[in-house]
Ligand binder design. Structure first.
Ligand code: UDP
Ligand code: MG
Length: 325
């Protein structure tokens, strides 16, 4: 660990206007109490309210707050990647802007880091304010993920964690566009440890995660870390072919012994529908992976920075086009 360590806090903001002030009111005192230099990288992920203006205001009052303004809404994971690639700290802590991640946990993170851990992640005590249904959904997802992929995902762990510089460098160098961060964090390895915390309710506004978005996020995560859904159809196909072969033999013998009987409409329709369904599912899953390959091959950037306000001058810091900064 360096003698004068530097800490970077990375926070994605999407329509968090009401939370900006409260967030810094709670974060800055915690940082002030630490014997290290720090920076806060705020990524404005194409907010449609005045989040950006609030962030720039905060930067004016506290120059150690840097604002990265993305060209549009890219989603939380790309926004996080944008922040990670701009962070210069020896340790980096990604956290949410809605105060669901208590800043008071930061000293505990740092203590574990000083003990030599490379990743210190926060483990939710319980899912406060969550319905039985969403808890069941989460359970089902983790169960499936464990079955399908080789990466063990720690439970009740989000993005709130401390990452050592070497881990951040590895993540920044990863070219994949599907940033299933939970999986990536677990996949990179290093010395990891969890510390428990009580997750609070979101301060203002609503979570941006609808059911459909969550489902597609879960599916993306599975696809990014397992090719099992792609391979299982060979097995399903072989089993079905085996049965089909047996059935052919049975029919042949029956025809030879008893002659041709016309009835059989039901069985034909049932088998046709079943096989058609299986084939469509297979095609859909292959399509999903193909789409993923297509996306990766295009090699488009993960995020586009419109401007940066504040921060080190090791790369040009653009001004806002309207000259507001
Ligand atoms: N967020 C973002 N871009 C998005 C959606 C969310 O940068 O498209 C940010 C959001 O401002 C917050 C964090 O990601 O700081 C977590 O979002 P949210 O609270 O909606 O997610 P949840 O806590 O429900 O997982
Ligand atoms: Mg939240």
């Amino acid at each position: 660990m360096p003698s004068h360590p530097r800490l970077s806090i990375v926070v994605p903001f999407f329509n968090e206007s009401l939370n900006v002030g409260h967030f810094f009111d709670r974060l800055l005192p915690v940082l002030a109490g630490q014997a290290l230099s720090w920076e806060v990288i705020c990524v404005n992920d194409g907010s449609r309210d005045d989040t950006l203006d609030r962030l720039i205001e905060a930067h004016r009052r506290e120059p150690r707050i840097t604002v990265i303004d993305l060209s549009r809404n890219f989603g939380k994971e790309p926004a996080m990647s944008a922040g990670l690639s701009h962070a210069r700290g020896d340790a980096v802590i990604p956290m949410d802007a809605d105060l669901q991640h208590p800043p008071e946990l930061i000293p505990d993170f740092l203590a574990k880091w000083r003990e030599g851990y490379d990743v210190v992640y926060a483990v939710r005590h319980q899912r406060t304010g969550q319905s039985l249904l969403s808890r069941l959904r989460a359970k089902a997802f983790y169960w499936l993920f464990d079955k399908l992929s080789d990466v063990p995902l720690p439970r009740e762990v989000g993005d709130f964690r401390l990452l050592d510089r070497k881990v951040v460098d590895v993540i920044n160098a990863m070219p994949e566009r599907t940033r299933f961060m939970k999986g990536i964090f677990a996949w990179v390895g290093f010395r990891q440890i969890g510390i428990p915390y009580e997750q609070e309710e979101r301060l203002y506004g609503e979570s941006k995660w609808g059911v459909m978005k969550l489902l597609s996020f879960a599916f993306d995560g599975l696809v990014a870390f397992s090719d099992y859904p792609l391979r299982i159809w060979a097995l399903v196909g072989s089993v079905i072919s085996g049965f089909a072969f047996l059935y052919i033999v049975v029919r042949l013998i029956k025809t030879l012994v008893y002659g041709i009987d016309v009835p059989g409409y039901e069985s034909i329709i049932v088998i046709m529908l079943f096989l058609g369904g299986v084939q469509l599912i297979t095609l859909g899953i292959i399509g999903h992976y193909l789409g993923r390959v297509f996306n990766e091959v295009k090699g488009r950037p993960l995020f586009i920075v419109r401007s940066r306000i504040g921060g080190d001058d090791d790369e040009p810091s653009d001004r806002r086009p309207d000259g507001a900064a």
